[in-house]
Design a protein. Structure first.
Length: 82
């Protein structure tokens, strides 16, 4: 099991700002810093793992495709046996 999603201080500040901007622009509601940090923590804990897991599956798929290509390239190196 991996650690929960954790952000650096700078990343957290950027994400909080984005949440505040979104709420103001799209929902016409002001979101305080505390509320935005609380929402970010909720999203990271409860929704973030779904995005993370999809990313892991996507990476695994790409790795499998590359491995298949590599196996084919190695098989082409084999010499015929008479």
């Amino acid at each position: 099991m991996t650690d929960p999603i954790d952000f650096t201080t700078d990343q957290r500040a950027t994400l909080v700002d984005k949440l505040q901007t979104y709420f103001e622009a799209e929902l016409d509601r002001e979101l305080g810093r505390f509320e935005a940090e609380f929402l970010l923590e909720f999203l990271a804990k409860n929704i973030g793992p779904h995005f993370y897991n999809q990313g892991v599956r996507d990476a695994e798929k790409q790795l499998r495709l590359r491995m298949e290509s590599l196996v084919e390239a190695i098989e082409m190196l084999e010499l015929p046996i008479a």
